[in-house]
Design a protein around this ligand. Structure first.
Ligand SMILES: [Ca+2]
Length: 162
């Protein structure tokens, strides 16, 4: 009984200090923390901002992760999703038509493009989630000002509070 009491005390302390896996203002799925910006920036500025927040622009590694982002974006924008665009981590700046995650250099293993996207002109080299198309992917000139999503994993050690 004494051992159980100790365990319960430890669990209790654990709960009392933990405030969730993510920093305040960030949202989590099962593995990562995400920051959905309130402001608009160019893709390079957004990437710098995420870096300053100890994260990167969001990668989308699976249909499940994309689904989480879509659901969250629709809940943030119940009435104005169609006018919203969010930068994510992908770019084909290095080699036209070859889309990579900037943070890792890896070629996209998952993608779900909006109809007609990527436009893939040499002037559209940065990846986004397009509200007018259910937050499926699209490309745009990197200098355009849009919202952005930052992402960091639970394991990065930046997120644990307490
Ligand atoms: Ca495009």
């Amino acid at each position: 009984m004494k051992v159980i009491g100790v365990i319960l005390t430890v669990i209790g302390i654990g709960y009392s200090v933990a405030t969730g896996p993510c920093r305040e203002g960030w949202l989590s799925d099962a593995e990562n923390c995400y920051y959905f910006s309130h402001n608009l920036m160019s893709w390079p500025q957004a990437a710098e901002t995420c870096e300053a927040l100890h994260s990167t622009l969001a990668t989308v590694m699976s249909a499940d992760e994309h689904s989480f982002l879509k659901t969250t974006l629709m809940s943030i924008h119940p009435n104005d999703a169609a006018g919203r665009i969010y930068w994510i981590d992908g770019t084909d700046l290095e080699v036209e038509h070859v889309w990579r995650w900037a943070s890792s250099g890896e070629i996209l293993s998952y993608s779900e493009w909006s109809v007609g996207e990527p436009t893939n002109t040499s002037s559209e080299n940065c990846l986004l989630l397009w509200g007018a198309h259910g937050f499926n992917m699209g490309d745009n000139p990197c200098a355009a000002s849009w919202n952005y999503i930052c992402k960091t994993s639970f394991e990065s050690g930046e997120n644990i509070i307490g």
